[in-house]
Design a protein around this ligand. Structure first.
Ligand code: ATP
Ligand code: MG
Length: 248
């Protein structure tokens, strides 16, 4: 049962200065699932992602990737196990080209995986893969431009390319649509919809009009706790969802 899950989160607790931020959060994601995490500002959504990736250590609880307990794994070991993410805040190297940013994302993964001994002359190979992924997100024409030259919406797509180039089995997207224009929103939405089913996608998003279309299952967090969790339509129809968003 457990091994058939892509990601399993059990009773995660995290507090900052004694203030609980995730409280007994549990969640199961099947391979290929499209899962949406919603909840008001400060609900603990990003903090949850940070624990799943290993950027933050939980105070207690367990995280399993394809049946392997990764709770004590460093972030790069989780990446090797097939986990990638994008951040809510842009984390690109602004003075580097798009191609180089995406190549580095791939190099970081490969170097620690099995190519530590290989010379960097393999850069051509990495660059070719980076360019293929940039093409996939519609940015090949900007591959040789520095990130600082491109628009905000394009930067968000570069981040997506950096995650996709790693061919993750579980992809965590933290507000991929935030701050985008309507046109950019539909581009990114289509892009997310085109991610192959080999990848499970877990997305935090406030723009429910767009995100609900992509989601099969939804978890609602509030004050660090899971309030409702289940199939999309059941979560939307749930009275507790309405209460969190509209008040009792
Ligand atoms: N490193 C930290 N140190 C102290 N408090 C933190 C830290 N990171 C997050 N918090 C606090 O934890 C709470 C939850 O933050 P988090 O970023 O997880 O919320 P979120 O659900 O992602 O919100 P948003 O929708 O605004 O992105 C907030 O009150 C935040 O101030
Ligand atoms: Mg957040």
């Amino acid at each position: 049962m457990t091994a058939s899950l892509a990601l399993e989160i059990r009773n995660l607790n995290k507090a900052f200065g004694g203030l609980p931020v995730t409280q007994d959060v549990s969640m199961s994601i099947r391979p290929g699932e499209r899962h949406l995490i919603i909840g008001p500002n400060g609900a603990g959504k990003t903090t949850l992602f940070n624990q799943v990736t290993g950027d933050l250590k939980p105070n207690s609880g367990q995280i399993k990737l394809f049946g392997t307990d990764v709770t004590r794994f460093a972030p790069h070991r989780r990446a090797h196990a097939g986990l990638s993410r994008t951040y809510q805040i842009i984390t690109l190297f602004a003075h580097d080209t798009l191609e180089h940013n995406v190549s580095l994302a791939l190099l970081g993964l490969r170097r620690t995986r099995w190519q530590m001994w290989r010379p960097l002359s393999r850069y051509d190979e990495l660059a070719a893969e980076a360019r293929r992924t940039l093409d996939r997100v519609g940015l090949l024409h900007l591959a040789n431009h520095p990130v600082s030259d491109i628009a905000y919406g394009e930067k968000r797509r570069v981040e997506l390319a950096m995650a996709l180039v790693q061919q993750p089995k579980v992809l965590l997207l933290d507000e991929p649509l935030a701050g985008l224009s309507n046109t950019e929103r539909s581009t990114v939405k289509a892009l997310i919809a085109s991610i192959p089913r080999e990848t499970a996608v877990v997305m935090i998003e406030h723009d429910m009009d767009t995100a609900l279309d992509l989601a099969e299952t939804v978890t609602l967090l509030n004050y660090g706790r899971v309030i409702v969790d289940g199939p999309r339509d059941a979560v939307i129809a749930d009275e507790r969802t309405r209460e969190v968003y509209l008040g009792p």
